[in-house]
Each structure stands twice: as structure tokens, then as C-alpha cells.
Design a protein around this ligand. Sequence first.
Ligand code: ATP
Ligand code: MG
Length: 235
Amino acid sequence: MRAELKSVCKCYSMADGTTMKALKDLSFRIPERSFTVILGKSGCGKTTLLRIMAGLERPSTGEVLGRDGGSIGVVFQEPRLMPWLSVRKNVEMVLEGDLDRAKKAGRVLTQVGLSRFEKAMPNQLSGGMAQRVALARALAYEPEMLLMDEPFGALDYFTRRELQGELSSLVKARGLTAVLVTHDVDEAIFLASRIAVMGNGRILSVTEEIDSESMSFEERDRLRESILASIENGG
Ligand SMILES: Nc1ncnc2c1ncn2[C@@H]1O[C@H](COP(=O)(O)OP(=O)(O)OP(=O)(O)O)[C@@H](O)[C@H]1O
Ligand SMILES: [Mg+2]
């Protein structure tokens, strides 16, 4: 699935009567089967952009094209599991009405390495396991597009590395179109087929196609430096 934002503005009315422009005339294309990673300072509009792409929020002006009919899976920064439901029921929740839901939930839980924890309750899981359940839930109804807002932000370095590897394989194996927001430049370089830097409600730069596996140490360093500079200059 592809998507395209055309001249999207998003304004919020603030309590003091002023208007906050979170997105400013933003145009951006998400090509089919790309893995786009969005980087940018806190408050620059990343979550707003993702929520608009997901259809959870509407632009004030401008339009979102593509997306027709296809389903979109969303993973938020926190796992957002229902504490009173088991791991499997949390995944089944999004498959309501599907007669195969138990089997499908079992399958995605196996894919994220949690088949032994199907019956566990959310409070018995570690942070990384809970985030895996959230990923399984987003994958369960076989979305064509996966949107993720700092899904590994709260995890330790090693767990994050492990989940990044799993996510990368899953996205490739399923031929998904993915968009991920992060603050971690190395995570961006590892996962992305292209990196977009945002600043102050706008897209400041988008890289060429990248493939971190085929990059030399020096190339990776240079890319990291240029992305950091772009974020820094973005205000
Ligand atoms: N519902 C809302 N009402 C009012 N202002 C909002 C709302 N949602 C976001 N904003 C404002 O829009 C701007 C962009 O917010 P957004 O959450 O998109 O930033 P972000 O880039 O995701 O930041 P972070 O990296 O901290 O998550 C911020 O100034 C924020 O205060
Ligand atoms: Mg955010």
C-alpha cells in the first residue's frame, strides 16, 4: 500500500485562544513496500503526522491520498494492552467476527516469539514482551501498512536491538509498507529504506534509498552525521 500527503496542515486551538500549527503545508509520499523512518526533535509533529496517516485524525487542510481500502496496523509508544485480557485475547480482540481468530492470534504470537505466553496476563510480561504483543496485535489482521510511533522507545539497548531485527525480518517477509517514528538515529539507519527528517511541522530532508547491510562503516558514519546535522538545523 502506498500513501501520499498533499499540502497537509494541522492546527490545534490552544486554551489561550491561539492556534498551534503542528503540521505546515506538508507534502510527503510513502512508496509501496518502503520502510520510511521519521526522525526529528520532540514536538516537531511526528506523532501528529503518523496519526493523520493512520486516519486517526483529519488534516485541517490538505488531503491524504492512497490507502484505499487497505488496512493499516498501528503500534504506539506504549503497548496499550487490555489488562484484564490474556495475551492471546488481546490479539484476538482485533479479529472480532473472524472464525479463525484463535488460530491467527496463535500464529502471530509465534512469529513474535511469544507462543509460550499466550495465556499470560499483561502484568506478567516484561516491557519488551508487552511491546511484542502490541506488534503481534498490529500484524494480526494482516495490514498492508504498519505505522509505528517509537515502539521501542522505552526498552533497553539489547531488547531494542533484538526487536529491531525481528521487525525488519517480519516487514520484509510480509512485503509490508512501514513507517516508524524514532529518536534513535542508529535504529533509523538499521531499519530504514529511507529516512525523513522533520522539523517544526515540516519535512526537512529525505534520504536516497538506503540499505544499511551493504554500507561500509564510513558510509554509515557519514549518513549518521548528515542526519544529525539536519535534525540540529531543523530548530
Ligand atoms: N491534541 C492536541 N492539542 C493541542 N496541541 C497538540 C495536540 N497534539 C499535538 N499538539 C501539539 O502539536 C505539536 C506536535 O506534537 P507531536 O505530538 O506531533 O510532536 P512529536 O514530534 O511527536 O513529539 P515527541 O517526539 O515529543 O513525541 C506540539 O507542539 C504539540 O503540543
Ligand atoms: Mg510523538
